[in-house]
Design a protein. Structure first.
Length: 391
């Protein structure tokens, strides 16, 4: 009987995209199991790879350009148009203009990084005739509440003297008035849908500055400075625009970009899989397989809060399928994922090493770990045969 395996991974940040991860896992399995049917469903959650994966899945077209990167220098970027849509639909990801990978390690200070390039991507999509725009939020290197993005589209964020504030999260504390009168008028006629992590909030104890600020290079003091700036920003939005965004679902996505997209340019926020699964095959493939293998760079206590491994597991468990997760690092509280549909997880790292070495070895480590999983499947097959025939 042929074993049917579905490989449904995320990409590994700063290393491999989801398609490459799926290929590595498949290669490892094929080293051991020849009579196996492998289906691949590379997944994205709004972060790196969102644009290219959806464009590839729909037979669309990519456009390449330069935009302002998170530290103010020009960076190569891209957006795309989906194929097969009756409404001309552009797709872009914030990480292609303001992602953490675009911030050199020695410049990782979310007080100064900007989402200005995200606004430039949106403007480029409008210039190319977009009638609808999909924006993926994830893997950000910023914490400016989407202020830079809005500034690139004509929104003016003014201080108490009526002067425009500068770029970066440190400037948000200065916002006194929000002027939308010069905002790009095309935004009034285009539909903008945002795929974001619904659990990420702008303010509060679980606000984005406190949860994700340290990952972006913020010290405890900077975290509190950012949190205060975002609270002030939320108050300015409430006072000027009548929108209460502080604890709105998705408001904290990508360092608060979700707030800027919704409040300042009129976008609608969506739980990310509500958008993503419209264009990917995962749900149609799950009923046809016997085993699901997923993957992501890290698994920890936050994984059940909207990350790909537990989303895959949730859908697989509808059909009572076993789920294996291959991960780069196993973080604090990772065992909670065993309560969310993942039956087994393991790190692909075989020895202590630095981050740069781990990133460089991701492809070979994934392939080797998948090979070991396949050998365990062979052992399980032999045990089952012994059980059926007697030891």
């Amino acid at each position: 009987m042929t074993l049917n395996i579905l490989i449904a991974p995320s990409g590994f940040k700063e290393s491999l995209n989801a398609e490459q991860v799926a290929d590595c896992i498949a290669n490892g399995i094929h080293k051991v199991l020849k009579d196996v049917n492998i289906r691949k469903a590379p997944l994205v959650d709004g972060g790196e790879g969102f644009t290219k994966t959806l464009v590839n899945a729909t037979g669309g077209i990519l456009h390449y350009l330069e935009v302002t990167g998170p530290v103010g220098q020009k960076v190569p970027s891209h957006f795309g148009f989906l194929g097969g849509c009756s409404v001309k639909t552009a797709v872009l990801e914030m990480s292609a203009a303001a992602g953490l990978r675009l911030v050199p390690p020695d410049l990782r200070n979310p007080l100064v990084t900007t989402t200005y390039g995200v606004g430039e991507l949106i403007k480029a999509a409008l210039d190319a005739g977009a009638e609808r725009i999909l924006v993926g939020c994830g893997d950000s290197g910023t914490n400016d509440g989407g202020a830079g993005m809005a500034q690139a589209l004509g929104v003016k964020l003014l201080d108490e003297n009526g002067d425009e504030i500068g770029w970066g999260g440190s400037e948000l504390i200065k916002v006194k008035h929000i002027d939308l009168s010069k905002r790009d008028s095309r935004l009034d006629t285009v539909q903008i849908d945002v795929a974001c992590n619904w659990h990420n909030l702008l303010c509060g104890d679980r606000g984005v500055a406190r949860v994700f600020g340290p990952q972006k290079g913020a010290s405890p003091e900077i975290v509190e400075q950012m949190a205060l700036g975002l609270e002030h920003y939320a108050a300015a939005i409430r006072d000027d625009l009548g929108l209460d965004v502080g604890e709105m679902p998705g408001s904290g996505a990508s360092g608060g970009l979700g707030t800027g997209l919704h409040a300042l340019i009129g976008a609608t926020l969506h739980p990310r899989y509500e958008i993503v699964m419209q264009y990917l095959e995962l749900d149609s493939l799950i009923p046809e397989v016997d085993l699901v293998i997923t993957a992501e760079g890290c698994i920890d206590f936050q994984t059940p809060r909207g990350k790909i491994p537990t989303e895959v597991a949730r859908r697989a468990k509808i059909y009572e399928l076993p789920v294996i997760a291959l991960v780069g690092t196993i973080g604090e509280g990772a065992e909670i994922n065993l309560q969310h549909g993942i039956d087994y997880f393991t790190s692909i790292l075989t020895h202590p090493c630095g981050l740069s070495e781990a990133i460089n070895q991701t492809a070979s480590s994934l392939t080797d770990t998948a090979e070991q999983i396949a050998r365990l499947l062979l052992v399980g097959k032999q045990i089952r045969r012994c059980t059926l025939t007697g030891w």
